[in-house]
Design a protein. Structure first.
Ligand code: ADP
Length: 480
C-alpha cells in the first residue's frame, strides 16, 4: 500500500513540474507573438534599412552605386530613390517592395518626406497606409493592423553635387500572422499537456520502480532477513543506494553474528567458573574433609577468572564507546615493563622461563600507566598460555626510528597466516575448540588494539606455525 502511495506522490510531483514548465513556455510564446512580435519585427526592419543606407553611402563614395542599387534593394528588401540635387547625375530608382510610399508620390511629396525626416533624430519617418483608402498614407500613425512604411532619408555629397537618398521598407501588418501563430499555439498547448502527462508517468515509473524494490528488500532486512538482496537498476543513484544498502546489510549481519557469538561466549565463559565455584562450595559444605585450602584456592581462582572476564568485557565496551578516560603522563616504559614482569616471578617456580631483555638506556613514553601495563599483561599472559613445552617466554625492548618496541615471544604452536589479521577482532579465537583457547575470552588482543590506538602506537604479530609467535607493540618515544 505504502509503495503505491509513493508512486502516486512522485507522479503528481513530476506532473506539477512539467505542468509548470509547459505553462511558462506557453506564456512566453504567447507574450512573444502577441506583445513583442510587432516591436521585434519593426526593430529588425529598422536595422535592415540602416544597414542598407550605409551600404548605399559607401557605394556612392566609391562610385559603384548605379550598378549596386538593385542588389542592395533586393538584399534588404527596400525601395530606393536617389536624386541629384543639382542634376549632375541621373536619378536612380529601384521599386522592390510591394507598395512603397516613395514610388507613389511626386517630387513635392518626396521633399516633404525629406523635410520631415530631417526633423527626426534618426532621420526616419513612419507612414501608415490607411485600411479604408489604400492610396492614402498618414505619417506617424502607429496602427498594428495597417501596412506601414519606414522611410529613411539623407543627403550625401558627391562630386560637387548632393545625392538625396530615400529608402523605404514596408512593414506588413503582423495581426494575420499573430492569429495564425495563436491557432498553432493552441495545438502546441494541447501537445505539451499530453506530453507532460506522458513524461510524468514514464519518469515516475522509471524512478519509483527501483525505490519500491529497495523498500521491499529493506522491509525484509528490518525483519532480520540478512539474505535480502538490494537491486538498483534504472539509474546510477539507485545503483549506488543499492550498493550502500548491501554493504550496510553485510555490516549489520556481521554485528548480529558478533552479538550472537558474544552472548554464546560470555554465557559459556561465565558458566564454567560458576559451575566450578558452586560444585566446590557444595562439596565443601557436604563433605567436611574436603574443606581444604586447595579446594578453597580453586574457588578463589575461579572467582578471579570471573572478575577478569567481567573486567575485559567492561574495558572493551568502554574503549569502543570512547567512555574510557586515559590519564597520560610521561613514564619510563623500561621500568613499567620491568614492574609487570615481577608478577610472573611466581611462575618460574612452575618451570616457566620468562626473561626481559633491555638495554642500559631507559626509554620514556607518554601514556596511561595502568593501560600500558594492561597491554603488557595481555601479551605476556597470552604468551604464557600458548607457549610450547619448554615454557619459554621472552620479552624484549628495542628502539626503532622514534618508537620503542616491546616484543613478547613464545615458542608455541604459532598462528596460521590467514588468521593473523583476525586475532585482533573482538571475541575471535583461533580455534574455539582448542583446549587452551577455551581459557580466554577472545577480548585481550582487541583491548590491546584499542589502547594502542589511544596512544598513537602501532602493534603487530609475526608467527611461524610450529615455531611460535612474537607479538609487538610500539609507542612513540618521548624525548627529554
Ligand atoms: P584470548 O583471551 O582468547 O587469549 P585474545 O584476544 O588475547 O583472546 O587472543 C585472540 C586469539 O589469538 C586467541 O584465542 C588465540 O587463539 C590467539 N593467540 C593470541 N596470542 C597467541 C599466542 N601467543 N600464540 C598463539 N595464539 C595466540
Amino acid at each position: 500500500m505504502k509503495g503505491k502511495y509513493r508512486r502516486f506522490g512522485i507522479r503528481w510531483k513530476l506532473l506539477a513540474c512539467f505542468g509548470a514548465f509547459a505553462s511558462v513556455t506557453i506564456i512566453l510564446l504567447w507574450l512573444c507573438q502577441n506583445v513583442f512580435l510587432s516591436d521585434i519585427y519593426k526593430q529588425i526592419k529598422i536595422r535592415e534599412i540602416k544597414t542598407a543606407y550605409s551600404r548605399i553611402e559607401s557605394s556612392i563614395d566609391d562610385g559603384t552605386f548605379a550598378g549596386n542599387a538593385e542588389k542592395i534593394a533586393n538584399e534588404y528588401n527596400v525601395c530606393i530613390i536617389v536624386l541629384a540635387q543639382f542634376g549632375s547625375f541621373e536619378t536612380v530608382s529601384v521599386d522592390a517592395a510591394s507598395y512603397c510610399i516613395i514610388h507613389h508620390t511626386n517630387i513635392t511629396g518626396l521633399m516633404k518626406i525629406y523635410n520631415q525626416a530631417m526633423e527626426k533624430d534618426d532621420s526616419i519617418v513612419y507612414y501608415s497606409r490607411l485600411k479604408d483608402s489604400p492610396n492614402v498614407y498618414q505619417s506617424d500613425v502607429n496602427d498594428k493592423d495597417s501596412e506601414q512604411s519606414i522611410v529613411l532619408s539623407g543627403v550625401r555629397a558627391v562630386d560637387g553635387d548632393n545625392a538625396i537618398i530615400f529608402l523605404n521598407s514596408v512593414i506588413s501588418p503582423v495581426s494575420a500572422t499573430v492569429n495564425t501563430l495563436n491557432t498553432i499555439l493552441v495545438y502546441i498547448t494541447f501537445a505539451l499537456v499530453i506530453l507532460s502527462v506522458l513524461l510524468a508517468f514514464v519518469l515516475s515509473q522509471v524512478i519509483s520502480k527501483p525505490i519500491i524494490s529497495l523498500t521491499r528488500s529493506a522491509q525484509r532486512l528490518a525483519q532480520g532477513d540478512y539474505d535480502a538482496v538490494f537491486t538498483g537498476g534504472g539509474y546510477s543513484e539507485a545503483d549506488t543506494l543499492a550498493a550502500t544498502l548491501n554493504y550496510a546489510e553485510d555490516e549489520l549481519s556481521k554485528v548480529d553474528q558478533l552479538q550472537k557469538e558474544l552472548v554464546a561466549n560470555i554465557s559459556h565463559d561465565l558458566r564454567t567458573p560458576l559451575t566450578m565455584i558452586s560444585g566446590y562450595s557444595e562439596m565443601m559444605r557436604d563433605i567436611p574433609s574436603e574443606n581444604t585450602p586447595e579446594n578453597l584456592q580453586v574457588i578463589i581462582d575461579e572467582t578471579e577468572r570471573l572478575t577478569s572476564l567481567v573486567n575485559d568485557v567492561l574495558d572493551i565496551s568502554k574503549l569502543q564507546s570512547g567512555a574510557q578516560s586515559f590519564e597520560k603522563k610521561r613514564l619510563c616504559i623500561t621500568d613499567t615493563v620491568g614492574r609487570a614482569m615481577t608478577r610472573y616471578v611466581k611462575l618460574t617456580s612452575g618451570g616457566y622461563d620468562i626473561t626481559y631483555d633491555h638495554g642500559e638506556k631507559k626509554h620514556y613514553i607518554i601514556g596511561d600507566e595502568t593501560r600500558v601495563l594492561q597491554v603488557i599483561y595481555n601479551l605476556v599472559n597470552n604468551a604464557v598460555t600458548y607457549t610450547g613445552e619448554d615454557k619459554k617466554v621472552t620479552v624484549s625492548e628495542t628502539e626503532r626510528g622514534g618508537y620503542i618496541r616491546i616484543s613478547v615471544t613464545d615458542t608455541g604452536e604459532g598462528i596460521a597466516e590467514e588468521k593473523l589479521p583476525l586475532i585482533w577482532e573482538r571475541y575471535y579465537k583461533v580455534d574455539a575448540l582448542h583446549k587452551r583457547s577455551a581459557v580466554g575470552t577472545g577480548l585481550g588482543l582487541s583491548i590491546v588494539r584499542g589502547i594502542m590506538a589511544e596512544h598513537g602506537g602501532r602493534y603487530g604479530v609475526m608467527s611461524t606455525l610450529g615455531a611460535g609467535s612474537t607479538f609487538w607493540v610500539e609507542f612513540p618515544i618521548s624525548e627529554e
